[in-house]
Design a protein around this ligand. Sequence first.
Ligand code: SF4
Length: 338
Amino acid sequence: MSLKNQKHYTIPVFIPELACPFQCVFCDQRKISGHQESPLPEEVRRTIEDHLSTIPYEESYVEIGFFGGNFTGIPASMQESYLSVAVEYLKRGIIKGIRLSTRPDYISPEKLKMLKAYGVSCIELGAQSLDEDVLRLSGRGHKLEDIVRASRLIRQEGFSLGLQMMLGLPGDSPEKALLTARKIVDLGADNTRIYPTLVIKGTKLEQMYLKGKYRPLELNEAVCQARAVAEIFEAAGVNIIRMGLHPSEGLISGEYLVAGPYHVSFRELVQTEIWNAILKPLASGSGKVITISVAPCELNAAVGYNARNKKELLQSFQKVRFISDPLLKGRQFIADYN
Ligand code: SF4
């Protein structure tokens, strides 16, 4: 089976923020990820085995991902104990790659050398914003130049580069979000994740929010901004791995969430918005019935979350049909009016 047709799985191993020297205003990793303690290496092995038991790994592209904190900030011996578990699976050909997320100011040639020796293939940096003021107001504790320097080093050493960004941080604006996305492209990112900022219980952002010093984005603002940056990434071929936070139990129940644009299907909302802009001009076409053919993988997004796009077209037509056409690619479509 070709790589392109293989289903992609990342086995997630969460290492909470124990290693973080700073406290970003928005962050409480333990609440966001739903994981409270750093795992022992045996627990990492168990997590990997549990996932492998549910994945058809012989036919899939499987990676192990260390997420959630500042991986390269934990003691080198601890990094190596985690990586030595992962690399066993790499050597046995069970997984195809190891990825991790970390802070931009914890990347150095020495650290990269060690990661390479353990077969790490992709490093994701929590860049969050490429605006100096937003970084400062968010308490990131590093500067823009740290992101630029780390990105260059990672690329030079031949790793795949991920640059994650957030929307609606303190001091952010729609214009700054677009600039951040363009800079992420310019820095040569291969992949990205887009997270709308949420106000989580117990964070500094909660205090700012309660004192009226921070206003979170409305859900529709977050969706519009995510759509605009997603279009920049798509045009540049940057793979968007994720949009919106992974739904941990505390987020779904609302236990940890104070305010902000959280939605379990955030990515679907953004994809609906992208299709909505594409389909809007069709409403002016003449006829009673409209049939729109789209690529099979785009059918749900074209119809829209809660059939939003279909419902909007029904205001102009008596009948709206969406059908899938395997000859169409990406967001190509054909509209027929009767
Ligand atoms: S660097 Fe990452 S894990 Fe650490 S406090 Fe900031 S957001 Fe949280």
